[in-house]
Ligand binder design. Structure first.
Ligand SMILES: Cc1cc2nc3c(=O)[nH]c(=O)nc-3n(C[C@H](O)[C@H](O)[C@H](O)COP(=O)(O)OP(=O)(O)OC[C@H]3O[C@@H](n4cnc5c(N)ncnc54)[C@H](O)[C@@H]3O)c2cc1C
Length: 414
């Protein structure tokens, strides 16, 4: 076994796919369901860096991410080339909207010119805007940043590697024999099954789970940081599908993305500053803040007139490599130990998974493991069949309770 990737979010799956394409004998080990944590909760926007041109200090990050929208679009449009085949994944929209005030266009022009943006925004005349933004007083921009349905992307990658993705029973379902972080052997357990593997290199790509894995390997978990969010949700049959950012000064006031549920409702996921500041609000306060904010940024939307409108929220931590000031790192990050035999990996953004996978492959170049006992024709041990096959984790809104708009308004008035 050449490579064992631990954690099956967008990072782990993209790394597995890249490793197999590069001819490595690789497996992925998942403790829960694929994407549990951040990846199914993400808004799925493939940023090209425009958001990062709003603030001088973010300009470096804009450079790293500039190629990603085009790269992902290619993966979706054609199965050929470098990276996973995403033709079966759902692109919810090929572009997002950005709007706010009269000063937006000039500010973007000012800092945008300094950043190597590939996705220059295009100002859209009133007649071509979506109904919700037709009467917006300031500039409305169309940005060529696609949005993907996160579960469908994870599913498309996982389906290409069915025999290589193994489920264990929680974090304790992996037992390590290691010295100073160098893993000699892993025992994987699920149900009654137990399999031993001896990977030449191990990649920790477990999101918040990296902290526990590092600690169990006797390494410093302080290399990781978490940045919490309290995301808001709205759903109704008559909510239009809409994807965009409302910007205020150098902040993204709210980021809206849309999905559909099995009952035919549109779900709005509300992030941005609303979710960052929402960390200090309880659920009722966050529902109230979301309602007030939506009324403020989309005055054309008659929320009170939507019959079955409901609100909810969920909390989730972003897991990243620690930075000195606790801010978001500029790029995907890896920490390499023992000459690449143990890698800790964070994509920083969903969009940056391809850059992370390239960095991991480079860091683990040349490690080939010894053959496992009882290997089948695909080079994988036949006893893998005794372990469970993880599914894709549920969207956060599928597991939340919802409050009717009527109750949110009544509570706000009381
Ligand atoms: C609300 C939200 C919205 C976001 N929106 C965007 C966006 O629009 N665009 C963008 O580019 N980025 C976005 N991001 C950031 C993006 O989601 C993350 O950078 C990315 O999903 C991280 O992926 P990951 O695979 O590293 O971690 P995760 O998605 O957290 O996956 C970790 C995996 O490891 C598994 N695991 C955990 N512990 C263990 C263990 N001990 N053993 C085995 N497996 C384990 C988990 O079950 C999970 O499957 C968003 C983040 C959040 C939270």
């Amino acid at each position: 076994m050449d490579l064992a990737v631990i954690g099956g979010g967008i990072a782990g799956l993209w790394i597995l796919d890249a490793a197999v394409r590069a001819g490595r004998n690789a497996i992925l080990v998942e403790a829960f369901e694929l994407g549990h944590g951040q990846s199914v909760a993400a808004q799925g926007i493939i940023h090209g860096g425009l958001k990062y041109t709003l603030r001088e200090r973010d300009l470096d990050a804009a450079g790293a991410i500039a190629d990603m929208p085009g790269f992902w679009r290619d993966r979706h449009d054609s199965g050929d080339g470098d990276g996973p085949d995403l033709r079966a994944a759902r692109m919810s929209t090929p572009c997002t909207w950005m709007w706010r005030t009269d000063s937006l266009a000039s500010r973007l022009g000012m800092l945008g010119a300094k950043a190597a943006l590939r996705t220059r925004p295009e100002t859209v005349p009133e007649a071509d805007r979506p109904a919700l933004l037709r009467a917006a007083s300031g500039a409305v921009l169309r940005v060529a940043e696609p949005v993907f349905d996160t579960r469908s992307v994870l599913g498309a990658i996982a389906d290409a590697h069915p025999g290589r993705i193994l489920g264990v029973d929680g974090p304790e379902g992996i037992e390590f024999a290691s010295a100073g972080g160098r893993v000699e052997r892993m025992i994987l357990r699920s149900g009654g099954g137990e399999v031993a593997v001896r990977p030449a290199a191990v990649v920790l790509a477990a999101g918040v789970g990296n902290e526990g894995l590092l600690a169990r390997l006797g390494l410093d978990a302080e290399v990781a940081q978490r940045r919490p969010l309290h995301m808001a949700l709205a759903r109704a049959r008559d909510l239009p599908e809409f994807h965009g950012h409302c910007v205020d000064g150098n902040k993204t006031r709210v980021t809206i993305t849309s999905a559909r549920d099995d009952a035919g409702r549109t779900i709005w996921q509300l992030g941005g500053d609303l979710a960052e500041r929402g960390v200090d609000r309880d659920e009722a306060m966050q529902r109230d803040a979301a309602f007030t904010e939506l009324r403020g940024v989309l005055p054309a939307l008659d929320l009170d007139g939507i019959d079955d409108l409901e609100w909810s929220s969920y909390r989730v931590d972003r897991a990243e490599r620690r930075t000195r000031a606790g801010l978001r790192p500029d790029d995907a990050e890896v920490i390499s130990l023992h000459g690449g035999r143990l890698i800790t990996a964070w994509p920083t953004k969903w969009a940056l998974a391809p850059r992370l996978a390239a960095a991991v492959l480079e860091a683990t170049e040349g490690f080939t493991g010894s053959g496992e006992t009882s290997a089948g024709s695909d080079g994988l041990p036949t006893d893998f069949e005794t372990l469970r096959r993880p599914g894709i984790a549920a969207f956060p809104w599928e597991e939340r309770s919802w409050t009717s708009h009527h109750d949110v308004v009544s509570a706000a008035r009381a």
